[in-house]
Design a protein around this ligand. Sequence first.
Ligand code: UT7
Length: 315
Amino acid sequence: MKITGTGSVLPKKIVTNDMLSEFLDTSDAWIYPRTGIRYRHVISDEKLEDMAAEASVKALENAGIKAEDLDMIICSNVVNEYVTPSLSCIVQGAIGATCPCLDINCACAGFIYALDIAESHFKAGKVKNVLVVCAEEPSRMTSWKDRSVCVLFGDGAGAAVLTEGDNIKGIKLSAASATDKLYEKRILEPTPYVAKEEENVPLQMKGQDVFKFAVKASSGDIKYLLDKLGMDAGDVKWYLLHQANMRIINSIRDFLGQPEEKFPTNVESHGNSSSASCPILLDECNRKGLFKPGDILALSAFGAGFISGAVILEW
Ligand code: UT7
């Protein structure tokens, strides 16, 4: 398959580090050097499903195909206001598609996992056009009283249209269960048989453990693919990494020994938008005309689970 269209949407509300320091014991002087984040876009009166649909429409327009041409929609999402139906079904109705729909929750690595699922369907000859849409609202998962977590995230939606082609060179998926490092728990409906008191636990994170995992997993996934494909790091023109933290991006860059200009970023103005991060960055770079036909791109993402993945593709 190949990527033929991209789209993205950000919420209009911008929250700067200084705005956070008005109600949290934090500061730009703490946040920026540790994360590279200056501000993030946060949902206020938008609905995530509308953003997902809008990003999808932009990707379809960019690809020059119609919603009715789609053979599958894969939506990557951790949390939205509906437990059921799936977000992909909601998007399907909103954009006027009629194809099968599938939601996945692979945390921040969702875009890479969705590409792999789509690629398998292309290889099986089952599809000609697939929409992948990643829509996330981590701002609704964190406690806004917990300065160690809420400052890191922003919301958004990113989408890509995939059509037949031979542009995916390799995909590596990884998972290593470590469920106490990054998690959120929600309250389920009570039953006559559940005795224990349950409580909602907003997003919890052992930051330094996640940091170490992120650098190791992302570097490892990319290196695995490069070796498998007989390439070296210099053969890749653009590295699009999960935009969680500038220090993580720089550590992976150091490992790969590649120059800064190969690593476009938006973490400064977006924060970490979970699985939407990679496709939003991809769309922004695409619309700036950064990629030329034949360019080799490496995308890599990591997150809760722990789950990670990387893809190397030709533009
Ligand atoms: O998709 C994956 C998502 N997650 C990530 O990518 C996160 C990976 N981890 C990180 O990016 C870093 O670990 C953080 C940026 C989260 C934290 O940086 P750190 O240098 O590891 O800080 P720390 O957790 O060791 O905290 C250092 C201090 C603590 O105070 P004490 O105990 O030294 O007095 C924290 O309470 O900084 C304090 N702190 C803050 N201070 C001001 C934690 N958050 C804040 C804050 N503002 N927002």
